[in-house]
Design a protein around this ligand. Sequence first.
Ligand code: 6GU
Length: 244
Amino acid sequence: MRIDVVSIFPEYLAALDLSLIGKARASGLLDLTVHDLRDFTTDRHRTVDDTPYGGGAGMVMKPEPWAQALTAVLDGEGGAADPGGTTAGDQRRPVLIIPSPAGEVFRQATAHELAETDHLVFACGRYEGIDERVALWAAERFDVRPMSIGDYVLNGGEVATLAMVEAIVRLIPGVIGNPGSLTEESHADGLLEYPMYTKPASWRGLDVPDVLLSGDHGRIARWRHEQQLTRTAERRPDLLPPPA
Ligand code: 6GU
């Protein structure tokens, strides 16, 4: 998979060199490049923002640097007639994710869907956002997806991009050593994960539930499923199907 991130704070994305994502890059499963939006400005001050038409607080990101940056990212696609190597080749367009609290909510299902894409581009806005015409212009070249990571406001798209990239990349086949860990985690089956324990069996007066020491795998599986249901009902009742 190829991922390009465009930001005025490329240093924010330095964490993408670490841990699991860093390993995916080193192994060639992920080709990730971070671009500085200011490299696509043409004025002496490398200006990326301006005052909003209609008035109001804050600044808006100017459209032209974004068009230059996104065009450069597309030019970097290789331009070969058949970059995938098979003639039936995948004709899906690159996906442009625009992180925004006004976007569609990014969920585990979204991560699975996007893990199937060949090329993802993240356009990290700052200030009050990016001139709306950029998304319209980009829609002729990309599948444009404004995405929010939850109902709260961040200062810009960088932190949201870190979260989405991590959620997507760990689902690329081969990135996680033990694929079983993907099927037993929270949200894999629409429920929260059951509680986990490790040694010692008794710690500061707190005991691991007996059932987990029983060796009875059927009983353990039933207990874990009940725990998933009670935990989800307590913490995230919105995830449960409405009672019939
Ligand atoms: Cl994707 N961006 C910003 N700036 N704030 C957010 C968000 C995204 N998701 C939730 N809040």
